[in-house]
Design a protein around this ligand. Structure first.
Ligand SMILES: [Zn+2]
Length: 65
């Protein structure tokens, strides 16, 4: 399973957003990761270690491009 992630990658989380969408885009990388719900555009900030635990898989990776 691909757990490598980077800026602008689209990821699936273990729990979907309450709006029903489970597709998020990474919009900021740092000690905290900011992700934006692709369904409703709501964004949340998550500490990196929590993000790593809660992220299920990378759907679309921009690494290596
Ligand atoms: Zn949403």
């Amino acid at each position: 399973m691909n757990k490598e992630f980077g800026l602008h990658d689209e990821v699936e989380m273990k729990k979907p957003h309450p709006c029903g969408t489970n597709r998020w885009k990474i919009i900021r990388m740092g000690a905290d990761i900011r992700i934006k719900c692709m369904g409703c555009q709501h964004s949340v900030m998550i500490p990196r270690k929590d993000f790593t635990k809660k992220m299920k898989k990378v759907l679309l990776s921009h690494q290596g491009e």
